[in-house]
Design a protein around this ligand. Sequence first.
Ligand code: CAA
Length: 258
Amino acid sequence: MAYETIIVEVEDHVATITLNRPDALNALNAQLLAELSKALIEADANDKVRCIILTGSAKAFAAGADIKEMSEKSFVEMFLGDFFEPAIEAVGRVRKPVIAAVSGYALGGGCELAMMCDFIIATETAKFGQPEINLGVIAGMGGTQRLTRYVGKSKAMDMHLTGRFMDAEEAERSGLVSRVVPAKKLMEEARQAADKIAEKSMVATIAAKQAVNRSYETTLTEGLLFERRLFHSLFATEDQKEGMAAFQEKRTAQFRDR
Ligand code: CAA
């Protein structure tokens, strides 16, 4: 399908989805959210794809939900339209790893979209923020919940209540992003991470993603049990036999997702 607000490229085992509304700093309007949802579901269903990279432009990953589109809406229109939900649901449904490669502004819904991904690689120019308070509203795509889990209550409150931006250095120090790289290296670094992921057993990859995500949803005891059950179940795969044999034979494992 031809998209107007995003660009989708599949190269080898990696699908790269680039948000592409440069005139609006990639603000998330209804069309972009619908296209993004579709592209994510398509990439997840594509057997060739083993990892997805979500990115924006050098200036903005995304500067938030589209304020111009929202500004005149009533409560009932927002409530019934619920137009952020399909994208939130689509990102949540993707079983393959999704890396957010963030340069420039990741604000409001843009910060929230990055946080929905499995991990964030950022450039030194990245700026994260939840400035919705300046518009007389609050975050609406998960920011009060996810930012708090990433960086803790004190910093999350600071960000949501003052609307201040967090630079890349602070974001890395606080655990919001996994790596900070020079601007020119962003896609190379994201691609290298995606290629590394693509080499692994897809069965173990999905199990790892599910287990880490479970830690947000459950008690430690239940999470540990969930992890152990998945760990045990991986001994039913050929990939476990191959991975452990390859280690002992001092060669690279050839995983076949079996
Ligand atoms: N929605 C719609 N348009 C936006 C936008 C947004 N979130 N962010 C930027 N734009 C548009 C601007 O209106 C401008 O368009 P025009 O040229 O037609 O005026 C264009 O993008 C370039 O933006 P600026 O001229 O403002 O660029 P700048 O470099 O001076 O400032 C910025 C950059 C600090 C990111 C500033 O654009 C800004 O503050 N944007 C809004 C950030 C924001 O409040 N985000 C939260 C949105 S609400 C939300 O996301 C709710 C939720 O949780 C789901």
